[in-house]
Design a binder for this molecule. Structure first.
Ligand code: 5GP
Length: 119
């Protein structure tokens, strides 16, 4: 759960422009982009551009508030664009917590009654 921030993690590389991504929202504080292995249609990831935080434990509350405001913005946009039956917002910390990319991120995952989430 603890440890140094790896500046070469995939999302850091996306932020540097070393890795392509499909951006859905960007401002000075946050980047929202499509998950390359989506759990459902419209699966978006939201990250801070300024906080080099591995996990939820590492980010300042003010920076976190900007990320969660963006999560809400994306959820509202997803609702408008895709009209899902539900939206799951998920966030994992540490390998044992299900985290695979060690730059804090939130998943915004549209859900449909008749479509289970992909594994
Ligand atoms: P975690 O399990 O760490 O919460 O989720 C990491 C997410 O990042 C996964 O859903 C995975 O599909 C996504 N991901 C991994 N590599 C890339 C990539 O290179 N580009 C994008 N857009 N998403 C990625």
């Amino acid at each position: 759960l603890h440890g140094p921030y790896d500046p070469d993690n995939i999302f850091a590389r996306i932020l540097r422009g070393d890795m392509p991504n499909v951006t859905v929202w960007e401002d000075d504080d946050v980047l929202a982009f499509m998950d390359v292995f989506p759990q459902s249609e419209g699966h978006v990831l939201v990250i801070s551009k300024t906080a080099h935080a591995r996990t939820l434990l590492d980010i300042a509350p003010e920076a976190l508030a900007r990320v969660t405001a963006a999560v809400q913005r994306i959820a509202r946009a997803v609702d408008k664009a895709l009209a899902p039956d539900g939206i799951s917002v998920m966030q994992f910390n540490g390998a044992a917590g299900g985290q695979t990319v060690f730059h804090l991120h939130f998943h915004v995952i549209p859900r449909w009654k008749d479509r289970p989430m992909k594994g």
